[in-house]
Design a protein around this ligand. Structure first.
Ligand SMILES: O=C(O)CCC(=O)C(=O)O
Length: 275
């Protein structure tokens, strides 16, 4: 069976990026400090409890993709101050800086994904296929972290991944079961992965255990993000966030070194609206 490497919290960025380049993803244990992990778990618990399982999209592929006993919550900045802190973690930002370029990306989406008992496996996919295939060239358009807020086990829905599939040709080739493994990791770990690696949520074969993760990726600044953060984050919440989190959530305009500016307000920097 193929494997996904596991590195310790002390791994250098070079080690982490080499492992992602090689296999498409890497587990970094103890990525989240225990006190921050406890705050995230505490902050999200009431929202998760109140949220219904199943897709909010009715019918078709998306309903199947979202699962029937999976809870998916967005708008996380309004639900947890601790999430704003994790979002600004320099080791997490290093992932975006390295693959997408410093100041060249936004948060694509941040979703709590809670896979419940008896959930079936999610459709395998590449995150980069959020955008038309033409966007998926040699360069990266997106990189993602799955932060484990509970242990990920083979039984409770640990992510299924096909190591090396970030190099497979074609939009979404068939994947043999033998080409896959699962991202088994303790709470507090992060699975950092390339936007082209083929993966999906695992089946939850337990009767009473929920697998909880924050699925949070970055996207190139000139592509439309999956989640509309400026509508899911109330302005008074946005004003209290650290500047880096405001920027990542799109409360800043995109100003490349070369080319036009994007996301302007009245021809000027969008952050003026937060003043
Ligand atoms: O929950 C997981 O393990 C993966 C979820 C995922 O890849 C997605 O919903 O796009």
């Amino acid at each position: 069976m193929p494997t996904i490497p596991t590195l310790s919290a002390t791994a250098t960025p070079e080690h982490i990026f080499a492992a992602i380049d090689e296999g498409g993803g890497v587990i970094v244990e103890d990525f989240i400090d225990p006190p921050l992990l406890a705050r995230l778990q505490r902050d999200f618990e009431p929202s998760i409890r109140a949220h219904a399982a199943g897709s909010t999209t009715r019918g078709g592929l998306w309903e199947e993709f979202h699962g029937t006993n999976t809870k998916r919550l967005t708008g996380l900045a309004g639900k947890s101050e601790a999430w704003g802190e994790l979002l600004c973690n320099p080791r997490y930002l290093a992932l975006g800086d390295h693959y997408l370029g410093p100041n060249n990306y936004y948060l694509n989406t941040a979703q709590l994904i809670c896979i419940g008992p008896n959930e079936t496996p999610q459709l395998l996919h590449r995150d980069a296929l959020n955008w038309p295939e033409v966007a998926m060239g040699e360069h990266e358009v997106t990189v993602t972290a799955l932060f484990a807020l509970t242990d990920f086990t083979e039984e409770n829905g640990a992510t299924v991944v096909a190591p090396g599939s970030h190099r497979w040709p074609g939009a979404l080739p068939e994947v043999a079961a033998e080409a896959c493994t699962q991202v088994v990791m303790p709470a507090g770990s992060a699975f950092l992965y390339n936007g082209k690696v083929i993966h999906g949520g695992g089946a939850n074969r337990t009767v009473d255990t929920w697998r909880v993760a924050i699925h949070a990726g970055f996207v190139l600044g000139w592509l439309r993000a999956e989640e509309n953060h400026q509508l899911t984050t109330p302005l008074d919440v946005a004003r209290r966030l650290p500047p880096t989190a405001q920027q990542l959530l799109g409360f800043r305009s995109y100003e490349p070194e070369f080319g036009g500016r994007l996301g302007l307000v009245d021809y000027d920097e969008a952050a003026r609206l937060l003043e």
